[in-house]
Write a protein that binds this ligand. Structure first.
Ligand code: AMP
Ligand code: GLY
Length: 423
């Protein structure tokens, strides 16, 4: 069969590579893909912000299955449009994806279904928000309602800071567009965990857990990024806690969605805070995480396409997903200056030597390839992923491979997995 992957980052490279390994798959196409993805898939030009353009690609390529990577095509209704045309697609409808695309909607949903999350209030005007703020203890978390590419969450220690955030969100100064509603919520403390499940609309089946590293600097300092690395181990979540999260959060969400007739089919990403009172949902995403996917998929032993098709066909319960024991890690190399402004077009050296380190797979996030030379083409450039018997050995391989890669201004964190290493 032929599979089309929508997207062009590290997550889509990991997806395209895993899909290409499936015995069922004869061809992988990625739209738009990137320089590195071109080694595992045919890359075709596409505008991910334009549903008509994506439908044009689907009509031209005639895939047997389409897998949607990023949130934007979900938010724009690509899955709905494809389902109307009776085309096979993995991902939630626009309405189901509201769990990610509207934080107010997600919070109300969790409240309706008693899914543990931070205490919150939704405000629809600056005045209402300032009044609501009075009810909260500091520090407080202020969130834009809609998609904000990681820039819509503000943790405010001081009241003046919170008032400024509220004014900036409703006034449009903070995100470029004035918000119609915001969420104010209690600050949760603990360790974060990315708990992803596959769902066929009825059943939730967990992937191995992962942890992301959002800050640019070592020791979790400096500004937030799209993710500087991720890791996954057998020991980060014990079986009892995993079952608790599955039944009280993930399966409960899938059940709640089914009850409300907005069946969730696809990947449900539960971003959790492991608080002293137990796991609580920080956010939902309606898609695979980036860079979690680069750490998760190399640990999958069974056929990913079989699992994705089982979701589409509503027979996930019969499907067994098998995992390699041990650990994996993905370390991201970014352009100097990221997440601020950075240069592109810089030649990347050492990719061949790096790929020869046993257990290592390199996923490109922002690269171009002219037939001879890979060059940087984005803020996050590539992710070096390694699997191993335990986290230390995976880290050893990933950093050995990273040491063989270079481009001008390259930055990466040397402390990926530090919380687990310390334990
Ligand atoms: P979100 O997009 O809602 O996940 O927020 C992005 C990040 O902000 C999360 O991964 C957390 O690091 C942080 N965050 C969000 N909500 C809270 C909260 N209630 N308490 C503490 N940190 C939070
Ligand atoms: N790693 C966080 C995300 O994919 O949103």
């Amino acid at each position: 069969m032929k599979v089309l992957v929508i997207g062009g980052g590290g997550r889509e490279h990991a997806l395209s590579a895993a899909i290409g390994r499936s015995a069922r798959v004869s061809e992988v196409v990625c739209a738009p893909g990137n320089g590195g993805i071109a080694a595992v898939a045919k890359c075709v030009r596409a505008d991910q912000k334009d549903i008509d353009d994506l439908l044009r690609v689907v009509a031209a390529e005639k895939p047997d299955l389409t897998v949607v990577g990023p949130e934007l095509p979900l938010a724009l209704g690509l899955v709905d449009a494809m389902q109307q045309r009776e085309l096979r697609v993995f991902g939630p409808t626009r309405e189901a994806a509201l769990l990610e695309t509207s934080k107010a909607h997600a919070k109300r949903f969790m409240q309706r279904h008693t899914i543990p999350t931070a205490a919150y209030a939704v405000s629809e005007s600056q005045r209402e928000a300032l009044e609501t703020l009075e009810m909260f203890h500091l520090p407080v978390v202020i969130k834009a309602d809609g998609l904000a590419a990681g820039k819509g969450v503000l943790i405010c220690e001081q009241k003046a800071e919170a008032e400024k955030a509220i004014a900036g969100l409703f006034g449009g100064q903070l995100l470029g567009e004035a918000q119609q509603s915001i969420v104010i919520e209690e600050l949760l403390t603990g360790e974060e965990l990315s708990f992803l499940v596959l769902s066929d609309g009825k059943h939730a089946v967990p992937l191995v857990p992962a942890q992301d590293h959002k800050r640019i600097g070592e020791g979790d300092t400096g500004p937030n990024t799209g993710g500087m690395g991720a890791y996954s181990t057998d020991t980060m979540l014990d079986a009892q806690m995993r079952e608790w999260i599955l039944s009280h959060i993930a399966q409960k969400t899938v059940d709640g969605m089914a009850e409300e007739e907005t069946h969730f089919k696809g990947v449900l990403y539960c971003g959790l805070m492991m608080t002293a009172k137990g796991p609580m949902v920080l956010e939902y995403n309606a898609r695979f995480g980036d860079p979690e996917t680069q750490a998760i998929l190399p640990r999958m032993e069974s056929d990913v396409v079989e699992a994705l098709e089982a979701c589409v066909d509503g027979r996930l319960q019969e499907t067994e997903i098998r995992w390699k024991p041990g650990a994996s890690v993905c370390v991201v190399a970014a352009s100097g200056g990221y997440p601020g402004s950075y240069m592109t077009g810089l030649p990347i050296a050492g990719l061949g030597e790096a790929a020869r380190v046993p257990g290592v797979e390199i996923f490109h996030a922002g690269t171009s390839f002219d037939g001879e030379q890979y060059r940087t083409a984005g803020g996050r450039v590539l992710g070096v992923t390694a699997t191993g018997a335990d986290l230390q050995s995976a880290l050893g391989s990933a950093y050995e491979a990273m040491g063989r890669i270079s481009f001008e201004g390259m930055v990466f964190r040397r402390d990926i997995g530090h919380r687990a290493v310390k334990k």
